[in-house]
Design a protein around this ligand. Structure first.
Ligand code: NAD
Ligand code: GLY
Length: 355
């Protein structure tokens, strides 16, 4: 078992992440008996179908609200349907919302818990690899709005997250690859993690390897979040690959988030190799090989010029016409690059030609 604590200086906010097999069965009853809270479960229809029995074993007659699965439902309508269900169940501040699912459920559930009665407790039970290593940790919550990913949201730490690797047993291979997208991104930021991934590049999807690597990823992210919870500086590194990845995700929408992060990382690694003379080309080449080893799609197969327009609304941008990219640079190092929009588009098109 590994328990990781996030403590936010200044606000006193605390969050605990427990990583172990059956953390769901052990952690929920312990939390509910220690806090005397009543649970309200939020999940999606895939997870509910797969885990109905486990949910019943843990919660008994659970009060539950189920959303349709998928990013296209990460909307204000789904958010307010959940809040409506919470109100109809007369939840109060002594209750806790349990977000049981992938990153979509976690992001919407976390936002509903933050908004309802100006804030009730939230427990994250991430059931995808991506949600365990990334979205359930660090308190970012959101829904998509007006054609922009995660436009409406807040940063608020969950009280508890339970990262239970037994949920991976039902994950389709493609969802494992999606989670590996965020893991490879962490590898671009942490040299030891990169070495571990590179050395095990032929076994990345092995469930035992994933169980070993999940707590390392969580500890890495938890450390960054503790230092910069509101993304004023250091936390921006976690957006590596995301400027181009999010733009493609909004424009194209046929793949999933982790896959777009991998594609974005490949483009942004090449941007760094082309534009930053201090970049380590041999390392960036290995980084691209690692990213391609878990990506089934061809990064050149997308209309990158069309998608680039979507990067104009990226939340990292600080000027009207500038696009900000967090790019890998060398082992364990990254760079924040700001490019005029026209240069960004021209570079992406040139990179695509050479992929
Ligand atoms: P997802 O929540 O859509 O889950 C992917 C699919 O897997 C869904 O169909 C879901 O029903 C299914 N699923 C979930 N658990 C399963 C299981 N154990 N077995 C079988 N199927 C299962 O997608 P995701 O990849 O988990 O998360 C992507 C979302 O996370 C995006 O909206 C992204 O913006 C967000 N995200 C947020 C943060 C953050 O910091 N808050 C970080 C990264 C990504
Ligand atoms: N997924 C990026 C972050 O949490 O900051």
């Amino acid at each position: 078992m590994k328990t990781i604590h996030i403590r936010i200086k200044g606000t006193g906010e605390k969050s605990t992440v427990v990583c172990r097999k059956r953390a769901f069965e052990e952690g929920i009853p312990k939390y509910l008996s220690e806090t005397k809270k009543r649970a309200f479960v939020f999940t999606d229809d895939n997870v509910y179908r797969l885990y109905k029995r486990r949910i019943a074993e843990v919660f008994g007659e659970a009060r539950i609200h189920v959303m349709p699965a998928g990013e296209k439902y990460k909307t204000t309508d789904t958010l307010f349907a959940l809040i409506d269900a919470m109100a109809r169940e007369r939840l109060h501040r002594g209750d806790a919302l349990i977000a049981l699912g992938g990153g979509v459920v976690g992001d919407i559930g976390g936002l509903a818990a933050a908004l309802y009665m100006r804030g009730i407790s939230c427990v994250q039970v991430p059931t995808t690899l991506l949600a365990q290593v990334d979205s359930s940790v660090g308190g970012k919550t959101a829904v998509d709005f007006a054609g922009v990913k995660n436009l409406v949201g807040v940063i608020r730490q969950p009280e508890l997250a339970l990262a239970d690797p037994t949920f991976f047993e039902t994950l389709p291979p493609r969802e494992i690859d999606c989670g590996l997208g965020e893991i490879v991104k962490h590898g671009a930021l942490d040299g030891e993690l990169f070495d571990l991934l590179w050395d095990n590049r032929n076994f990345l999807t092995d469930l035992d390897f994933l169980s070993e690597i999940v707590p390392k990823n969580i500890a890495f992210k938890a450390d960054i979040v503790s230092k910069d919870p509101h993304e004023n500086s250091l936390r921006k590194c976690l957006n590596l690959g995301h400027t181009t990845g999010h733009a493609l995700e909004l424009y194209d929408g046929t793949l999933s988030h982790g896959e777009y992060v991998l594609i974005g990382s490949i483009y942004e690694a090449r941007l760094a190799a082309r534009l930053l003379k201090e970049s380590d080309k041999a390392y960036l080449d290995r980084f691209e090989q690692l990213a391609r080893s878990v990506l089934q799609a061809d990064p050149a197969a997308f209309d990158i010029g069309g998608a680039a327009e979507k990067a104009r609304l990226d939340k990292k941008n600080v000027s009207e016409n500038g696009i900000v990219v967090t790019a890998p640079l060398k082992r364990g190092e990254y760079a924040l690059l700001e490019l005029p929009y026209d240069d960004y588009v021209r570079e992406l098109l040139t990179i695509r030609e050479g992929l």
